[in-house]
Design a protein around this ligand. Structure first.
Ligand SMILES: NC(=O)c1ccc[n+]([C@@H]2O[C@H](COP(=O)([O-])OP(=O)(O)OC[C@H]3O[C@@H](n4cnc5c(N)ncnc54)[C@H](OP(=O)(O)O)[C@@H]3O)[C@@H](O)[C@H]2O)c1
Length: 287
């Protein structure tokens, strides 16, 4: 079973959050994958704007360091949940632990995710299924679990997809691209369903951003990543936060990413698939 750990100092001490909600409930922004990369910067941005946080990831030390950094200026110390979202029962456990701490999600940020580079036939099948489990199943399960509370709070959902979501497919990262297309489609559908209930749903679609993502995906050394146009995790987090707050359905940070998303529907699928295939071959480890 996953291990859920709350920081003692954080529980029940957020006067601001309680005043906002008008009850004893601690209204929190729940962020998955907050131990590094885009998720950690999303946590910093939400905290800077006064949100009370519940942070989820597997790396306890990284979460504790981030919680200390966020609490240092005097804000509420985030709740921490050291959880592997791939474990069976992880999400009901998160829901139970939040309830036990008197916390209720007002905003949900589904950010945790990973990809793998290589042809589907060569990659480990179990690892590819883990992409589906983390990038899709956990996002849907988190959303469905917390939707009643978010609806009651007229809250918001931010799902981290990718510019990959707009491509017809991602040869060389097939399961990853497909998982992000799912997230974009799921988010757009929910945004329509939930808007009349006062809930906004936004899909954040970053392009290449230097984080732990590239090492986890197995990017090789034969592409000079430093020369590729990129956004920083903080730029992505700030764009995501701004888009979420105004209720934008799709948020694509960076001019070149926006341009790609605009042009893609006009390009022949065969050409796009061939270009992506070539790009991923260049990124793959040297064999
Ligand atoms: N970086 C890019 O170029 C890029 C581009 C487009 C979209 N994205 C998307 O942005 C999101 C964040 O990625 P990132 O770039 O910030 O990558 P990252 O630096 O590798 O961060 C991934 C986060 O997910 C957490 N995580 C991974 N597996 C988990 C699990 N089983 N259970 C709980 N948490 C887990 C990691 O924490 P622990 O290891 O501590 O669990 C970490 O906090 C992902 O959805 C990714 O697909 C990234």
């Amino acid at each position: 079973m996953s291990e859920a750990v709350f920081t003692d100092a954080g529980i029940g001490e957020s006067a601001d959050a309680q005043a906002r909600s008008g009850t004893k409930t601690r209204r929190v922004t729940v962020i998955t994958g907050a131990s590094g990369g885009i998720g950690a910067d999303l946590a910093r941005v939400f905290a800077r704007h006064g949100h009370d946080l519940a942070l989820i990831a597997r790396s306890r030390a990284a979460l504790e360091a981030l919680a200390g950094e966020i609490a240092a200026p005097g804000g509420p110390r985030p709740l921490l949940l050291v959880v592997d979202l791939l474990e069976r029962g992880a999400i009901p456990q998160i829901a139970a632990e939040l309830e036990a701490a008197g916390a209720s999600p007002e905003i949900l940020v589904n950010n945790a995710g990973f990809g793998l580079i290589g042809p589907a036939a060569s990659l480990d099948p179990g690892e590819q299924l883990a992409i589906v489990d983390l990038n899709i199943r956990a996002v849907v399960e988190m959303t469905l679990y917390f939707l009643p509370a978010i609806r009651a709070a007229h809250g918001k959902i931010l799902n981290v997809a990718s510019v990959a979501a707009y491509f017809p497919g991602g040869p060389g990262m097939a399961a990853y691209y497909a998982s992000k297309s799912f997230i974009l489609s799921f988010s757009l559908a929910l945004s329509q369903e939930l808007r009349p209930h006062g809930v906004t749903v936004s899909a954040l679609c970053p392009g290449y951003t230097k984080t732990g993502f590239q090492a986890r995906a197995g990017f090789g050394p034969n592409l000079d990543l430093a020369r590729l146009p990129s956004t920083t995790a903080m730029q992505v987090a700030e764009a995501g936060y701004a888009g979420l707050i105004v209720g934008r359905r799709e948020v694509v940070p960076g001019f070149l990413n926006k341009l790609s998303v605009l042009l893609l529907p006009f390009l022949p699928k065969a050409v796009v698939l061939a270009v992506i295939s070539r790009l991923q071959q260049n990124r793959a480890p040297l064999r």
